[in-house]
Design a protein around this ligand. Structure first.
Ligand code: DMJ
Length: 453
């Protein structure tokens, strides 16, 4: 019902545009997609499919066939377009078998290739898909590319090579690994900024939340998606978790485990909502953990889930803030006005879903249900679902955006949390960072590590 409400309103007021403004009941366009259109449609395809919303899936597919157009003069975010559009199209293809999605995914992948034309092969953040000219975000330290952006292409690009028979996509992302492995890492940590021309790190700022997050997620998932043959991805992941444990993961005096941010050796005791995905990641990676650490990684996932649940529970609306702190006498609470918003993000529910699947502890469904009730009470409006400006206030001030990831991630993870484990089982599927399921490339089907390269 939630998906239907979000979808029907998008269809009514913003059909074909990127996102919906549910209060003003019109389209919303973000410059992340340039003038590529239809982000909500492409992001929602697999959720519609999984929820068996057949009519809606059919009209979404027809829109893609007739209107999804990449021959536009647009400067786009390579990362956002990859995770939402390429990821969304790939999943829609693998679930439905409809050729149009495969064709569009490969066509878009080809448009993204000029982003890798840099001296190191580390891609630009922004690319004009008509001219093929790339550049980086003007705010990024020392002209750098961003770890969570260039590090979150791997899964989709391996599948693009798999589906097109063209090795170039996989070669591009394997080269990113090569560059990273040649570099010295401060305390074994990966800074968020890397200059694509010099191949040197920018500012030594390390985060498992924004700017860093999904790079770590993709190391683990690359290994899982390769049917556990990608030993390099595996090693990079577990080494990185070891460094996080030593340098970033701390326990508050009230007993809450959190992941701090690291700035040139100093810790900022702040955790972003984005960082909450890591609970699910630790649990998902538990059974491959070296030295009998399986139980420890599950425990780490459980502790993160608890901390993130507390960040929700300590607000008036029972929805979590964008960032919360463990300093100045507070724990798991946002102290700065500009960190008190909630934009329908999925990460906490994502972690509940992984924890539920991997432990079957009923508290994760309970916590997921609390989030459903809070979303219904505070974010649901006549025209769809909206983010909230201050979750500590008793009265909603809506931000008037229904993010496309609400349909692709938040609602999908909620649905999976209350489904049986055999719906998209983890042995056969990995979720990209936008919750688009991609199949594991099983060895038995001739997908050796060599072939995948
Ligand atoms: C999504 O686009 C993805 O989950 C990404 O990894 C982080 N930001 C949003 C959701 O919060």
């Amino acid at each position: 019902q939630m998906m239907k409400h979000a979808w029907d309103n998008y269809k009514r007021y913003a059909w074909g545009l990127n996102e919906l403004k549910p209060i003003s009941k019109q389209g919303h366009s973000s410059n992340l997609f340039g003038n590529i259109q239809g982000a909500t449609i492409v992001d929602a395809l697999d959720t519609l499919y999984i929820m068996e919303m057949k009519e809606e899936f059919k009209e979404a597919k027809e829109w893609v066939e007739k209107n999804l157009d990449f021959n536009v003069n647009a400067e786009i975010s390579v990362f956002e377009v990859n995770i939402r559009f390429v990821g969304g199209l790939l999943s829609a293809y693998y679930l439905s078998g409809e050729e149009v999605f495969r064709k569009k995914a490969v066509e878009l992948g080809e448009k993204l290739l000029p982003a890798f034309n840099t001296p190191t092969g580390i891609p630009w953040a922004l690319l004009n898909i008509k001219s093929g000219i790339g550049r980086n975000w003007p705010w990024a330290s020392g002209g750098s590319s961003i770890l969570a952006e260039f590090g979150t292409l791997h899964l989709e690009f391996v599948h693009l090579s798999h589906l097109s028979g063209n090795p170039v996509f996989a070669e591009k992302v394997m080269n990113i690994r090569k560059v990273l492995n040649r570099l010295d890492k401060p305390e074994g940590l990966y800074p968020n900024y890397l200059n694509p021309s010099s191949g040197q790190w920018g500012q030594h700022h390390v985060s498992i939340g924004g700017l860093g997050d999904s790079f770590y997620e993709y190391l683990l998932k690359a290994w899982l998606m390769s049917d556990r043959t990608d030993e390099e991805g595996k090693k990079m992941y577990y080494d990185a978790v070891q460094a996080m444990e030593t340098h970033l993961i701390r326990k508050s005096s009230g007993g809450l485990t959190y992941i701090a941010e690291w700035k040139g050796g100093l810790l900022e005791h702040k955790m972003g909502h984005l960082t909450c995905f890591a609970g699910g990641m630790f649990a998902l990676g538990a059974d491959g953990a070296p030295k009998d650490k399986t139980g420890h990684h599950i425990e780490l996932g459980a502790e993160m889930a608890r901390t993130c649940h507390e960040s929700y529970d300590r607000t008036s609306m029972k929805l979590g803030p964008e960032a919360f702190r463990f300093d100045g006498g507070v724990e798991a609470i946002a102290t700065r006005q500009n960190e008190k918003y909630y934009i329908l993000r999925p990460e906490v529910i994502e972690t509940y879903m992984y924890m539920w699947r991997l432990t079957h502890d009923p508290k994760y469904r309970q916590w997921g249900w609390e989030a459903v009730e809070a979303l219904e009470k505070h974010c649901r409006v006549d025209g769809g679902y909206s983010g909230i400006r201050d979750v500590y206030n008793n009265h909603e001030s809506h931000d008037d955006v229904q993010q496309s990831f609400f349909l692709s991630e938040t609602l999908k993870y909620l649905y999976l949390l209350f489904s049986e484990d055999d719906l998209l089982p983890f042995e056969h599927w990995v979720f990209n960072t936008e919750a688009h399921p991609l199949p594991v490339l099983h060895k038995d089907d001739g997908n050796t590590e060599e072939n995948q390269k």
